[in-house]
Design a protein around this ligand. Sequence first.
Ligand code: SF4
Length: 274
Amino acid sequence: MDPHPVTGEPFSSPVPPGAGWPGDPASAETPVARTAARVRTLASSAEDLDSLQARISVCRACPRLVTWRESVARSGRRASFADQPYWGRPGPAFGDPDAPILIVGLAPAANGTNRTGRMFTGDASGDFLYAALHRTGYANQPTSVASGDGLVLSGIRIVATVRCAPPANKPTAQEKAACLPWLRRDLELTPGLHTILTLGGIGWAGALAAASAIGWRVPSPLPKFGHGVQASLERPDGSSVRVVGCYHVSPHNTFTKRLTPEMLDEVLLSLRER
Ligand code: SF4
């Protein structure tokens, strides 16, 4: 058992559902998906976002990713975090449940979300993203260091295409397909959504695939991902949802200035327009 960096409460790693971790959406009774077929069943039967996030956060459908996330949590911790408990579970959504804007990222990082249990929290990608969300008025503070640190988002919510940390940040096609029903159901449960921001090409492809799978009209041929590229999707009821592409906030892009703070601010500010 190691103390949580904010609350000081002791937790084992990975963190058992319902053990008191700040922001843990699950309990010991939350149903667990152990196969891709069960992901589809549990996703489609989730009645609201809360139960969807709870089910996501205990999912065990991808054996390679479960082994990886839990081995990092138990024995593969970064030296600077060796005295902290690691979440070691899939990353649930974070942010405003009524948000009209959804950010879709790639997947949790092994020592970021996989440690903290919150999207983009505890690594360089998150430092870059949350500073921008604060500058543009979506976040009440510029940093996101740990669950329970007081961060609140307004008007925006964050999810990932793949909810478990993959080795080398590279999920397989099978893992992406297995996880997609969670995103599909998320889109079905958020009728007030008007804009999706995808960070990187995997988020772009995942958002379009999820929308298409639930009967939304998507452009044909599918537009290619690019920074600033936009596509218009249409729900069966005729309402539209805009998808906006943005380079991922990974150090690979931010350290090389492929994505600058000014570029990200400009994209984030544009999301409020319908
Ligand atoms: S990647 Fe998605 S489907 Fe696979 S175990 Fe994680 S949450 Fe479940």
